[in-house]
Design a protein around this ligand. Structure first.
Ligand code: NOJ
Ligand code: CA
Length: 548
């Protein structure tokens, strides 16, 4: 066993990261205006250090009108005043580095905000310095934006339509224009110059667009087909990403993880193989509604196995179960009512000990759950609000449309971090921009810190285990009992070392048959003795055993 030191100059340094995602609006409010900010984050760095993570990915903190909570940027080189100042950011970088924590920023370059000066100029006339920075047409086609309605919006001033794959406040940049490419490369260098160590690259599989005459069969009631589907994963996009890698990230050995649309393991390979020189790894985007409808432990195992086979020689994985676009993992995959603690620990083990770089989304380490606000007005998410209207248009009752929208709402993950049982969960003294989940009285960091049995304590042990074992970080992987719909068990091994991670991914007690003679337990979520054999497993039981 040797304590992990990640060398920033190593080619594969990103493989040893344990990344914590901070959603800045909801992490910690430093000035009590109800919105999370950089000073708040800085004040909690010791907490994150103690957790054992070694990198933080910040969702966007750039200047933005906040149509899509910061994923609509109006100045790529400034900090939004609600989060603080550039001095606060510099201090944040310094403090992180002092603690051995790497700094990862969100890079949102498929689109800007419609308030970005490039777009303001571009929409003013057809012939100015920026007129070709976006995608303009005289007539729209039948493509739909990701948040509902046409993907085209008319600009009176220019007398043309612009394309927006997301909301109309997020016009798509024209990546065919080399000046746009250079702007982005310059911006990457600029942030790396400020000490940024890597990027999570937003919605990046749609840079190159299909032929505009292409109007495929409608997929929704209003006659639209999704621009997202039509423009995914085109060869031109892969070429652009590879350009960003070689002329951008690689100059600084910056880590990169692309958020991409992946239908197959081969799609994932194309983005994250080492030899193709695109990203270091990919976050495959699956719409929450699809995930909720189709997931099962067995499907999850199948996907993991397929992807392992395709990427094991020449690729790497971003390992996560939740983020700011998904329901809370303990609510979606676990049981947040009867087995919250056990299932949260079970799920944590999946993320940390499968091959790949683990991503922890804020609050997951204390088992935070989905929110259930009373009315649509209590919600903020633009995607959810559009979905609510769409479901009503399709004929659902208000109540049914609301329940549906509630289940997929991205606000489930965005409610404020629960630090203690004081007002607003200790996040802010002012009513937060999005209400705290009332369960903060029972579920909060302070309470978790007091118990050696808590989810948080389990996370700390789990992360330490990973940090201390080369085999768990880089070793080979193999499922055991692959066909079982309940058991979720696997091995991690090298020639000198072996771990068994044995688990029951269900609410029922199940029969199992494991010979564990010669292995010792190093982490478990039930207070049980393990020796020689395991004949059954309790709900969400998981145990990590090391060969003696
Ligand atoms: C993916 C981001 O994670 C999501 O929050 C955002 O709405 C879209 N990309 C558009 O930027
Ligand atoms: Ca604030």
């Amino acid at each position: 066993m040797s304590e992990l030191i990640v060398k920033r100059n190593d080619k594969d340094w990103y493989k040893d990261l344990i990344i914590y995602q901070v959603y800045p609006m909801s992490f910690m409010d430093g000035n009590n205006d109800g919105i999370g900010d950089l000073r708040g984050i800085i004040s909690k760095l010791p907490y994150l250090k103690e957790l054992g993570i070694n990198a933080i990915w910040l969702s966007p903190i750039y200047r933005s009108p906040f149509v899509d909570n910061g994923y609509d940027i109006s100045d790529y080189r400034d900090i939004d005043p609600r989060f603080g100042t550039m001095d606060d950011f510099d201090e944040y970088v310094n403090e992180c580095h002092k603690l051995g924590i790497y700094v990862i920023m969100d890079l949102v370059v498929n689109h800007t905000s419609d308030k970005h000066p490039w777009f303001v100029a571009s929409s003013a006339s057809r012939d100015n310095e920026f007129s070709d920075y976006y995608i303009w047409r005289d007539e729209p086609n039948n493509w739909a934006g990701a948040f509902g309605g046409s993907a085209w919006e008319y600009s009176e001033k220019r007398g043309q339509y612009y394309l927006h794959t997301f909301s109309k406040g997020q016009p798509d940049l024209n990546w065919k224009n080399e000046r746009v490419q250079h702007e982005v490369l310059d911006m990457i260098s600029w942030w790396c110059g400020k000490g940024v160590d890597g990027f999570r690259v937003d919605a990046i599989s749609y840079l190159d667009k299909a032929d505009f005459d292409y109007s495929p069969n409608p997929v929704d009631v209003s006659g639209y087909a999704f621009a997202l589907d039509i423009n995914s994963n085109r060869p031109g996009t892969h070429r652009l990403i590879s350009m960003l890698r070689t002329q951008g990230f690689d100059k600084f050995n910056a880590m990169s993880v692309g958020e991409v649309c992946c239908y197959t393991p081969e799609d994932n390979y194309n983005y994250s193989s080492d030899s193709r020189k695109e990203f270091n790894m990919a976050i495959p985007f699956v719409p929450p509604v699809l995930e909720i409808e189709t997931w099962s432990p067995l499907n999850m195992k199948k996907q993991i196995k397929e992807s392992y086979e395709v990427l094991k020689e020449d690729g790497w994985w971003a390992r996560f179960l939740s983020n700011h676009d998904k329901p809370r993992q303990v609510s979606l995959y676990g049981d947040d009512k009867n087995y919250r603690e056990l299932s949260a620990k079970f799920l944590a083990t999946i993320t940390e000990l499968l091959p790949g770089t683990p991503f922890i989304f804020q609050g997951e380490e204390i088992g935070m759950t989905n929110v259930y606000y009373d009315s649509i007005d209590d919600y903020n998410d633009i995607d959810m609000k559009n979905m609510y209207e769409l479901e009503r248009m399709k004929g659902k009752s208000d109540e049914d449309a609301f329940r549906f929208a509630q289940s997929i709402s991205r606000d489930n993950a965005r409610s404020p971090m629960q630090w203690n049982d004081s007002i607003n969960g200790g996040f802010s003294l002012t009513r937060p921009w999005l209400n705290s989940n009332p369960n903060y009285k029972e579920i909060n960091v302070e309470k978790e810190e007091k118990s050696s049995d808590s989810i948080l304590s389990y996370y700390k042990e789990l992360i330490a285990l990973r940090r201390n074992s080369y085999t768990l970080r880089r070793g080979l992987f193999e499922f055991m009992d692959f066909d079982s719909p309940y058991l979720f068990s696997y091995k991690r091994y090298t020639k000198d070392d072996e771990y068994l991670i044995l688990g029951n991914f269900s609410k029922d007690k199940v029969i199992a048959e494991y010979d564990i003679n010669g292995y010792k337990p190093v982490l478990k979520n039930y207070n049980k003795n393990y020796s020689k054999k395991i004949a059954s497993m309790e709900p969400y039981e998981v145990v990590v055993l090391e060969r003696m």
